[in-house]
Design a protein around this ligand. Structure first.
Ligand code: MN
Ligand code: MN
Length: 467
């Protein structure tokens, strides 16, 4: 009897897949390494609420670690550390490897834009003596989640004379914040009967920015005038300058530990900075790699990757061609031999909403970095679908370096779906697979990730870059 039992236990271990909580596979010291790594991540999050700010923070980190800005014509050799910024909204970092570049680069791609409320080009108006900003949401949001939370305003305004001014207000302790209102339940009978998607409509996402009129003015729109006067004093702008501005309203929350055990992190914009930061840190920690390492932190993923700062543009391809030529090869040859981890988040199983996931094929918090072979929707439409061979190679690589990982796809078949930049990189003839951190409440103003999973993403990227 006992023999049979031990035999089945032995067979189980040998034949069946284990999906243990990563905590049981780590010592207390190893868990502390994960937690310590996440202190740096929280700092990064608090100073990088938009793609522009993430580029500035990343460039500071890169420069402090000896990376220099790459310009065409620069001579390159093994060990060189370079970066290139694309229009202040995307950044590519590279470490030149010892191997011939014709054998391909190790590419890591994450995005640094997140869902938010963008100001319209003519945003400022007054209605019944309250001043507001009109917005157009950016990326996929559940609109009701963006009401009645403190918002900060970030971005840049280009004035008529061509000079520009940066805006960052609502983050410092004594800064004012901004807010989208919602109806009180007492008067929401009609609103509450609407389907959730229409409870708060796109044109309802108006941000309250003031309520006191300009004192000496008898005319209409005195509150608007007063706000414009404050903005003119603070930023030197006039109303028409909004036309050439990019102003983004984002949650004013700081990244914080979540839970009595502090095992999780709550923050705005984990998608996808929880992959961007580990990818960046793996790159700066990567000394004299065999293959050249290229990490791109891109913009515009949340709106489909179009535009010259998104990965449907050629900026990554051009960068690789430039360094390939500097090293005596060409972009086509290098890309065709390259491998890529498309570093993006996946949905974590939420015990409150279990019905959207298929339990054998979804990601769980604390079970490690998630490998996603394919994304897409309705019959894998829009996916690049990594080959079994490449999935096998990455799996072997992770296992041989004790990276704790899991596999999962985004929800049940036909429940919905989504994509990443994987397809656009795979389209350049690069072997590509998605790998990233599982997130709870993805695309909400406050998302949640696990500290262990976040560190495992760093470890996975580091192992891939060093291979
Ligand atoms: Mn993403
Ligand atoms: Mn997203």
């Amino acid at each position: 009897m006992s023999d049979t039992k031990s035999k089945s236990k032995e067979l189980k271990e040998k034949l069946l897949m284990q999906r243990k909580n990563a905590f049981f596979r780590l010592t207390d010291d190893e868990v502390k390494v994960c937690d310590d790594f996440c202190e740096g991540y929280k700092n990064f999050m608090n100073s990088s609420k938009t793609e522009r700010e993430a580029v500035i923070t990343s460039a500071e980190i890169l420069k402090s670690k000896g990376f220099v800005e790459y310009t065409n014509g620069m001579k390159l050799k093994a060990g060189d550390k370079i970066y290139r910024i694309n229009r202040r909204k995307a950044v590519i970092a590279a470490v030149i490897g010892t191997e011939n570049i014709e054998n391909g680069v190790r590419l890591c791609a994450a995005h640094i834009d997140s869902p938010r409320l963008d100001l319209k080009q003519n945003p400022l108006y007054e209605d019944n003596e309250i001043a507001l900003f009109k917005t157009h949401y950016y990326g996929g949001i559940k609109k009701y989640q963006w009401t009645t939370i403190p918002l900060s305003l970030h971005g840049v305004i280009v004035k008529a004379d061509g000079t520009s001014v940066s805006v960052n207000i609502g983050e410092a302790e004594n800064d004012p914040v901004f807010c989208v209102t919602d109806l009180l339940p007492h008067l929401a009978n009609e609103q509450m009967k609407r389907p959730l998607a229409q409870g708060v409509k796109g044109e309802d996402l108006n941000i309250v920015i003031g309520s006191r009129p300009f004192r000496d003015d008898e005319a209409s729109n005195a509150v608007k005038l007063n706000i414009m006067s404050i903005l003119n004093e603070k930023y030197g702008i006039v109303e028409a300058d909004f036309i050439s501005a990019e102003l983004e309203a984002v949650p004013a929350f700081k990244a914080k530990d979540v839970g009595f055990d502090r095992s999780l992190i709550g923050a705005y914009g984990h998608d996808d900075r929880v992959c961007a930061y580990p990818a960046l840190m793996a790159t700066v920690d990567c000394d004299s790699p065999k293959h050249t390492v290229v990490t791109v932190l891109t913009d515009k993923e949340e709106t489909g990757s179009d535009g010259n700062t998104g990965l449907c543009s050629s900026y990554l391809k051009y960068f690789i061609a430039d360094i390939a030529e500097a090293l005596g090869s060409n972009g086509r040859t290098v890309l065709s031999a390259s491998e890529c981890l498309s570093a993006d988040v996946n949905a974590a199983f939420d015990p409150t909403y279990p019905e959207v996931n298929e339990r054998n094929n979804c990601a769980y918090v604390n079970k490690g970095v998630c490998i996603t072979k394919y994304t897409g929707a309705r019959g894998k439409s829009g996916t690049s679908d990594a080959s079994a061979e490449f999935a096998g190679r990455i799996r072997r690589l992770m296992d041989s370096h004790n990276v704790i990982w899991q596999t999962g796809e985004l929800g049940k078949v036909d429940e919905g779906g989504g994509g990443t930049v994987a397809a656009y990189i795979a389209n350049l003839n690069v072997d590509t697979i998605d790998m990233g951190v599982p997130v709870l409440s993805m695309h909400a103003p406050y998302e949640i990730v696990s500290k262990i999973d976040t560190y495992m993403a760093y470890k996975a990227f580091a192992v891939f870059m060093a291979d």
